[in-house]
Design a protein around this ligand. Structure first.
Ligand SMILES: [Zn+2]
Ligand SMILES: [Zn+2]
Length: 258
């Protein structure tokens, strides 16, 4: 897997600057804050030869050494402190929903990096992207917390995913085969399921929703609430669905419920 790039660090860094009282941070403040926010893993944590520093820290340091923020006009270094610029503030506001989506859905490190790259690339290409939001699907009742447009988009994906995965008038948990319909009875359980995003799902604004949904369907999976919670149990390390299935089959006392 590839290492995080400086460009992928821009948006989360601007976000952290915006949270600081002075809208500015030193590199030594930025490194642990970014680490906390993004929870890097794998090769990015490799220690540099002969130095008491890992590759992730080095990338953050390079933001300054390579004038990365300045090149985009997003932020400026003054006496060792990087300050959010107006252009950076606008860029952050435009992409806040996407950043939030990546951060709250506990994606794997590689998917998170890729997502940050997609956002970055879309702004360079001046092609706007939109997100679907998994948390909306879980908390469907809490409509007012999210932007209406994201809500509509995400519930459309949810509806299509449910239709796609419904077989013989029932939809089963992909991991344990639990059926809300059977367990609780039709009246209470029919049609209930949670939709897990395996990878972040983005849509270019100028693309048809229907076209994107085909791709989106490949990245979602229906899960019962227990399996979904197990997958997100450790937010720093969400499980792969296949790993959970293996665990159920090999280590679970009960066999799969099919
Ligand atoms: Zn399940
Ligand atoms: Zn999920």
């Amino acid at each position: 897997m590839t290492r995080i790039t400086e460009k992928q660090l821009i948006l989360p860094s601007l976000f952290l600057m915006s949270l600081s009282k002075t809208k500015g941070l030193s590199t030594s403040e930025l490194i642990p804050k970014l680490r906390d926010l993004l929870n890097p893993s794998g090769e990015d944590l490799d220690i540099l030869k002969g130095r008491n520093d890992d590759k992730f820290s080095q990338k953050v340091r390079n933001l300054k050494a390579h004038n990365t923020f300045e090149r985009f006009g997003f932020a400026e270094y003054k006496s060792g402190i990087v300050h959010l610029a107006t252009k950076g503030e606008i860029y952050l506001q435009e992409n806040m929903d996407k950043l939030r989506y990546l951060l709250v859905n506990d994606f794997q490190w590689n998917d998170l990096k890729e997502g940050l790259g997609t956002i970055q690339k879309s702004s360079e290409e001046k092609r706007k992207i939109e997100v679907f939001d998994e948390t909306i699907m879980i908390q469907e009742g809490v409509k007012k917390l999210v932007e209406t447009k994201i809500y509509e988009r995400s519930s459309k994906l949810r509806k299509i995913a449910i239709e796609h995965y419904t077989k013989n008038d029932d939809i089963l948990c992909d991991a344990c085969k639990f059926s809300f319909n059977n367990f609780y009875g039709k009246q209470t359980g029919k049609g209930y399921i949670e939709i897990h995003h395996i990878k972040p799902i983005f849509k270019y604004q100028d693309e048809e929703l229907d076209k994107t949904i085909d791709t989106a369907l490949k990245n979602v999976v229906p899960l019962c609430s227990n399996c979904h919670r197990m997958i997100h149990r450790d937010w720093r390390n969400p499980l792969q669905v296949n790993y959970l299935i293996e665990q159920i089959n090999q280590n679970g006392i009960f066999n799969r419920m099919n």
